[in-house]
Design a protein around this ligand. Structure first.
Ligand code: PLP
Length: 398
C-alpha cells in the first residue's frame, strides 16, 4: 500500500482568508450596495511600473523571433540579473557576489523549497506572531517547531531564547503581520546566537523596500557575521508589484557552511535538479526593476503605500487607538480596543464601518487581541477607512 506524508494531517486547513471572505460575502448579501473597504489581504493595488512593462513587452517580442528566442534559462537565474542584484547590494556596501544570488519565482516558493537542505530532526524556531506559511511548511516536513515570543513593549522585536538550541531560525523584517522592524541590536543578538549554536537564520526580507529609516537594516548582511549564518530571501512582489507576475531572489553566501558543506553549493545542486528556472520574460521584467529608472519608479510606487500608512496612523492617533508598525512597513498592527478579541473586532469593523482587516489570531496564538490593516489598498479607501474608524470611536462602538 502506498504510504502518504501523514504530516499533512498536522497542518490546519488554511481557514483565515476563506473565513474572512465568507463573513464579508454573507454580510454583503444581507446589506447590498454598501461599499466595503478591503484592508485585509496583503496584495498590492498599484500596477507594474512603466520600465518593467516595457521590458516585458520587449522580451515577449524577442521570444517571437528565432534570432532572439530563448529556451531554458540557467536554473539559478540569468547571470545578467544575478549580477544586477549583486551590484545593487554592493551599492549599499554589502559585498554580495553574483554567484551568491539565486533567482526564484518568489519568496513563498523559496521558503518552502529551502527546507530540503536541512535534516528533518532540526527544529524550526519561529518568533510568533508570524506569517503562517513558516509553521505550515515545517509541519508538512514533520519538523518540530519552537515559538519564541516577541517583545511587545519593544515594538514586537523577536526575542532570542535563553536556552541554546541548534535550529532553523525565521526572522522577518519588516515583519508580517506586526509591521515591526528588527533593530541592529536585535539582529546582532540573533547572529551571535546562530553562530554560537551553529543554527541557520532564514531572513525573510520580502518587505525590505519599506524601510525608510537609515538606522534600520534592510538586509541582514549589513551586520557583521551574517554571511556565516544567514540566508536572505527577497521578493519583487511587494517591492515592485510582482505578486501576480512572480519573481524573487535569494542570497546564500559562500561563507555559509554547516557540517563541512557549503549551503550555496547544495542549493546550486538542488536548483539544477528541482527546477528549470524562472522564465526569460519575467527575468527581463525583474532586471528593469534594478535599472536607475526602475528604482526611481519603485520608490514612487512606495510613496503611495507610505502615504496610506501615514494617513491611517493619523486616524488611529486621532481615535486614541494603540498600534505597532506602519512606519517602515505596509502593515499596521492594531491592539483590539476594550480588551476585545481579534474576530470580535473584525466583526465590529465589518458590520459598523464596512472595513475588512485581518484578525491577528490568524497569525498564531499570540496574535489574539490584535488586528492587521494592509496599506496596500487604494488611497481613497485608506482615507475613508480612517474617517470611519474615527466615527466608530466617537460613537463608542469600541
Ligand atoms: N514572506 C512574507 C512575510 C509575506 O508576507 C509574503 C507574502 O505575503 C511572502 C513571504 C511571499 O511573497 P511572494 O509573493 O514573493 O511569494
Amino acid at each position: 500500500m502506498i504510504s502518504m506524508n501523514l504530516n499533512y494531517l498536522k497542518v490546519k486547513e488554511s481557514y483565515l482568508f476563506a473565513d474572512i471572505r465568507k463573513r464579508v460575502e454573507e454580510w454583503q448579501k444581507e446589506n447590498p450596495g454598501k461599499k466595503v473597504l478591503r484592508l485585509g489581504i496583503g496584495d498590492v493595488s498599484q500596477p507594474l511600473t512603466p520600465s518593467v512593462i516595457k521590458a516585458l513587452h520587449e522580451a515577449v517580442e524577442e521570444q517571437s523571433h528565432a534570432e532572439t528566442f530563448h529556451g531554458y534559462m540557467p536554473e539559478c537565474g540569468d547571470p545578467v540579473l544575478r549580477k544586477a542584484i549583486a551590484d545593487w547590494y554592493r551599492k549599499r556596501n554589502i559585498p554580495v557576489d553574483p554567484e551568491e544570488v539565486f533567482i526564484s519565482s518568489g519568496a513563498s516558493d523559496e521558503l518552502g523549497d529551502l527546507l530540503h537542505l536541512f535534516e528533518r530532526s532540526l527544529p524550526a524556531m519561529i518568533p510568533e506572531p508570524a506569517y503562517p506559511a513558516y509553521a505550515d511548511a515545517n509541519l508538512m516536513d514533520g519538523r518540530k517547531i519552537i515559538f519564541p515570543g516577541t517583545d511587545i513593549e519593544n515594538g514586537f522585536q523577536p526575542l532570542v531564547p535563553e536556552e541554546d538550541l541548534t535550529a532553523l531560525i525565521y526572522l522577518c523584517s519588516p515583519d508580517n503581520p506586526t509591521g515591526a522592524v528588527c533593530t541592529k541590536e536585535c539582529l546582532e543578538k540573533w547572529i551571535a546566537y546562530a553562530i554560537r549554536t551553529k543554527s541557520v537564520i532564514l531572513f525573510d526580507a520580502a518587505y525590505e523596500s519599506f524601510v525608510y529609516e537609515d538606522n534600520i537594516p534592510r538586509s541582514i548582511y549589513e551586520l557583521e557575521g551574517a554571511q556565516e549564518c544567514a540566508i536572505e530571501i527577497s521578493s519583487l512582489s511587494k517591492t515592485a508589484g510582482f505578486t501576480g507576475t512572480r519573481c524573487g531572489y535569494t542570497v546564500i553566501p559562500m561563507d555559509l557552511q554547516r557540517d563541512g558543506l557549503s549551503l550555496n553549493a547544495m542549493w546550486v545542486r538542488n536548483r539544477t535538479t528541482r527546477t528549470n528556472g524562472v522564465s526569460y520574460i519575467l527575468q527581463k521584467g525583474a532586471l528593469a526593476v534594478f535599472s536607475e529608472e526602475g528604482q526611481k519608479e519603485v520608490s514612487q510606487l512606495h510613496e503611495v503605500y507610505r502615504r496610506n500608512a501615514q494617513t491611517f496612523m493619523q486616524a488611529l492617533d486621532e481615535a486614541g487607538l494603540s498600534y505597532a508598525g506602519g512606519k517602515n512597513s505596509p502593515y499596521i498592527w492594531m491592539k483590539c480596543p476594550c480588551g476585545s478579541g481579534s474576530w470580535e473586532t473584525f466583526d465590529i469593523l465589518l458590520k459598523q464601518a464596512q472595513i475588512v482587516a485581518t484578525p491577528g489570531a490568524g497569525f498564531g496564538e499570540s496574535g489574539e487581541g490584535w488586528i492587521r490593516f494592509s496599506m496596500f489598498a487604494k488611497e481613497e479607501d485608506v482615507e475613508e477607512a480612517g474617517r470611519r474608524i474615527i466615527r466608530l470611536r466617537n460613537e463608542k462602538y469600541f
